[in-house]
Write a protein that binds this ligand. Structure first.
Ligand SMILES: C[S@@+](CC[C@H](N)C(=O)[O-])C[C@H]1O[C@@H](n2cnc3c(N)ncnc32)[C@H](O)[C@@H]1O
Length: 222
């Protein structure tokens, strides 16, 4: 496992209880689980037997949303403590405790892939490799949800996580919104929708992109 992932595993093990608290005590400006989950699920009309994967499910609330909506759900979660939360919150999901960079799935296995507040935990080069794998794992006409916070410029490195009481350093990439959208497009996804959240109480502005893996013929999507 690379150093940034080892560091982040320690960080999220330490933060698991705080994530569980925030899951159960949603901030005034935070989006609800239903809103976030539905923003992805609404894109598919035939919802029978959907295969959904979540990368970095944290405290497990989004997995539970998809589970409650009849999907077959798999989560890949780095932190052992977070895995314990997930298994309680979403008991019918398969939870793999591991680094998504070291996990492999078959091609075109998932209808939907949810990536909430995770892409900024990877250095750019690793994020590029990850998004290529995500593209491979997703079925044609499948969708992804991927979000991050917006910043004045794109840069990365180790820094203290600001909005939690624990004094803890983790790896973080900060994305400019246009760089982020370009990155998702260049990873092969058509950006179908952009959703914004202004979390005033945490001074965070989020952009979520709904991306689709489309069939391309002669440079035209069908
Ligand atoms: C910021 S939290 C977000 C949790 C949840 N998605 C949410 O939106 O509430 C990021 C989660 O991703 C997990 N994570 C970080 N790096 C990972 C990796 N390389 N593979 C799998 N999970 C990872 C962390 O352990 C943590 O639970």
């Amino acid at each position: 496992m690379k150093e940034f992932a080892q560091t982040n595993r320690i960080v999220y093990d330490a933060l698991a209880r705080e994530y569980a608290f925030r899951r159960d005590n949603l901030g005034q400006y935070s989006e609800s689980t239903e809103y976030l989950g539905y923003s992805l699920l609404k894109n598919v009309s035939d919802r029978s037997h959907l295969q959904v994967m979540e990368i970095g499910p944290g405290a497990g609330q989004i997995l539970r949303y998809f589970e409650d909506n009849g999907c077959r759900t798999i989560g890949v979660e780095l932190s052992q403590e977070m895995c314990c939360l997930c298994r309680t919150q979403s008991p019918n999901s398969i939870i793999i405790n591991g680094d998504i960079c070291e996990v492999n799935f078959g091609i075109e296995q998932f209808d939907l892939i949810y990536m909430g507040a995770i892409i900024h935990l990877f250095p750019l080069q690793d994020a590029k490799i990850l998004m290529k794998k995500v593209w491979t794992w997703l079925k044609y006409n499948g969708y992804i949800f991927v979000n991050t916070t917006c910043h004045a410029k794109s840069y990365e490195g180790y820094s203290r996580k600001q909005d939690y009481p624990s004094e803890i350093n983790r790896f973080r990439r900060y994305w400019r919104e246009d760089d982020f959208e370009q990155f998702i497009s260049e990873s092969g996804f058509s950006v179908k929708e952009k959703l914004y959240t202004d979390e005033k109480d945490r001074m965070k502005k989020w952009v979520a992109l709904i991306g689709k893996k489309e069939i391309i013929h002669n440079n035209e999507t069908i």
